[in-house]
Ligand binder design. Sequence first.
Ligand SMILES: CC(C)(COP(=O)(O)OP(=O)(O)OC[C@H]1O[C@@H](n2cnc3c(N)ncnc32)[C@H](O)[C@@H]1OP(=O)(O)O)[C@@H](O)C(=O)NCCC(=O)NCCS
Length: 182
Amino acid sequence: MTEPRSPQPTLTDGVITLRPWRPDDAQAVFEACQDPEIARFIPIPQPYRLEDGAWFVAHAAEESAAGPSAHFAIVDALTDRLLGSISRHGPNGHRAMIGYWVAAEARGRGVATRAVRLLVDWTMATTDVIRLELYTDVANERSGRVALRAGFELEGIRRAWDLDRAGRPIDAAFYVLLRLPG
Ligand SMILES: CC(C)(COP(=O)(O)OP(=O)(O)OC[C@H]1O[C@@H](n2cnc3c(N)ncnc32)[C@H](O)[C@@H]1OP(=O)(O)O)[C@@H](O)C(=O)NCCC(=O)NCCS
């Protein structure tokens, strides 16, 4: 028998909190996603409209409720102000993948690194995942440094893994965090 899925938790380290998305986050997502840096590295709609933000938070909440993927709003632990977004896609079998963005004004103070650590710790504590992965455009060195700081290692480069908006191939740097049998 399948265990009933427990509700999506709220995770915090006292500085940031990962919590489920709410419909009233749409406006803040819309504002954050005007940033060209997010559009450069994440295939969000262009132009990004308020309806896109509303669709995103509704879809994220729905998919998280159904599982196994889990999408979280990254918010300030004290004020609940939206700082970013982090998702775990899967687990699919023993593998899961992490993706994230942080709003431009919240960058450069460890928000993404904290968010990845919280999501990794929760995933390791509550699933049988062996291989956690994330990948970045090779040009996205900032995101690569987040992965390394959060305990991932660079596994290698996959050539022409994605296409950019103009259809040009992009090489991707894959980072992995493995739980290997001892
Ligand atoms: C990549 C991205 C998520 C990084 O977010 P961020 O919150 O600024 O990342 P961090 O704060 O964890 O790290 C940024 C810097 O803060 C510094 N920092 C300051 N205080 C810190 C702290 N307390 N803890 C950790 N790092 C800290 C880090 O040293 C780091 O410096 P570096 O960029 O020179 O390595 C963000 O730039 C972004 O959203 N970019 C656009 C979308 C994107 O690329 N998403 C990822 C797709 S793979």
